[in-house]
Ligand binder design. Structure first.
Ligand code: ADP
Ligand code: MG
Length: 395
């Protein structure tokens, strides 16, 4: 995918609207993990002779101001990281914002308030979304997308602003994501292993349908497996199986024909007797009993998946293999992460929880790429691109 980046344009002295992803975890007004702010520093640093107007969403305020989702703590943190003041404007479209932009000098940085405080940001009605985008973009002379995790959305700050403001280019974070995911998207089928876990098959059904024909094997784990079991008529006891997932699994089993040979379900599970003495046992796929909760893949599955992953030429992994937050049900997820670490092929992990698991396990630096976007990385692999990236100028 040939798209322009910040290296292809000279933005010195220009007012540059930079869409960042400062959707950080907060405890009250305290940022508990500033990884996402740090991730924007290469692009911000590169543009240190421009006038930067940064915008982001935070949480899900649903189109109106919600104090706990204010970006004010991020302005403070960014200022500490940059070693210079970052002016926080507590809205996105006011006179105060326009005046502040007009008064900027090269090197100045402004952070706007949460874009999702406005209904136009996420509006599905294109005219309303664009009307907000026009106001958001007021004064901007260039656009930079450095928010990969939001690039699958046709939101005003990701899609509307770059339609109006040119040049529109990718920042370093997005460039790196696109390069890695492009490589996975174009991976040769032989030796391309997809590992999918987590909970909801209905959220991942499109990517399953798109990737199954293009991969060598798709290894299923996590609670998603029980949806497939249920669709096959197996007993799943008290295992976690969100609404809609068995139907989505049944749809895949009914429609994917010859490709189903490549869909690998766990052959054994690690389960707990939640209605009795809380004991733990391993059981075969058809051995889950009423009152038992399957919380992880079993040892045979772990070994089988690990050996397939270690031999792969390309691996893409999304979603934990079990309820990894509770030991010992992190074992399946750990086995996948370790196998990826050993695999000499190109490997990428994406997804909020899978990335958290890999980071907790200290294995993040063993991966070729750790994606900052869960939904965005899945949609990229499904479609080969994303709205917020396609809208950026071609190289
Ligand atoms: P990601 O964020 O990586 O895309 P998901 O959000 O789809 O992954 O799913 C992650 C969640 O699924 C985690 O909270 C994990 O504990 C849960 N989970 C996975 N397997 C199981 C299981 N067997 N039983 C209960 N919860 C599970
Ligand atoms: Mg998740």
């Amino acid at each position: 995918m040939a798209k322009k980046t910040v290296k292809d344009v000279n933005l010195a002295g220009k007012v540059v609207f930079v869409r960042v992803d400062f959707n950080v975890p907060l405890d009250g007004k305290t940022i508990t993990d500033d990884t996402r702010i740090r991730a924007a520093l290469p692009t911000i640093g590169h543009l240190d002779d421009a006038k930067l107007v940064l915008a982001s969403h935070l949480g899900r305020p649903k189109g109106e101001p919600v104090d706990k989702y204010s970006l004010a703590p991020c302005a403070q943190r960014l200022s500490e990281l940059l070693g210079k003041p970052v002016k926080f404007i507590d809205d996105c479209i006011s006179q105060e914002k326009t005046a502040a932009i007009a008064a900027m000098q090269p090197g100045d940085v402004i952070l706007l308030e949460n874009t999702r405080f406005y209904p136009g940001e996420e509006s599905k009605q294109e005219d309303q979304m664009m009307a907000f985008a026009e106001k958001l973009a007021a004064g901007a002379e260039a656009y930079v997308n450095d928010a990969f995790g939001s690039s699958h959305r046709k939101h005003a700050s990701v899609y509307g602003v770059p339609k109006r403001v040119k040049p529109a280019v990718m920042g370093f974070l997005v460039e790196k994501e696109v390069a890695a995911l492009d490589r996975v998207y174009n991976a040769p089928k032989d030796g391309f292993i997809v590992v999918l876990g987590g909970a909801k098959v209905d959220e991942k059904i499109k990517v399953i349908k798109s990737l199954l024909p293009r991969c060598d094997k798709m290894l299923i784990g996590g609670a998603m497996s029980w949806a497939f079991y249920k669709a096959q008529g197996k007993e799943i006891g008290m295992s976690f199986c969100p609404e809609g997932s068995p139907e989505a699994a049944a749809d895949i089993l009914a429609t994917m024909g010859e490709h189903l040979d490549k869909l690998v379900l766990p052959g054994d599970v690690h389960m707990q007797n939640v209605q009795g003495d809380h004991s733990l046992v391993f059981a075969p796929a058809d051995g889950i009993k009423p009152g038992w909760d399957a919380l992880d893949i079993g040892p045979e599955t772990k070994a089988r998946y690990a050996s397939l992953i270690e031999k792969a030429t390309t691996v893409f992994w999304n979603g934990p293999m079990g309820k990894f937050e509770d030991k010992p049900f992190d074992e399946g997820t750990l086995a996948v992460a370790e196998a990826m670490g050993k695999c000499p092929g190109f490997n990428v992990v994406g997804g909020g929880d899978s990335v958290a698991a890999v980071t907790q396990m200290g294995l993040a630096d063993k991966m070729d790429h750790v994606s900052t976007g869960g939904g965005a990385s899945l949609e990229f692999l499904e479609a080969g691109g994303l709205p917020g990236i396609e809208v950026v100028d071609d190289d």
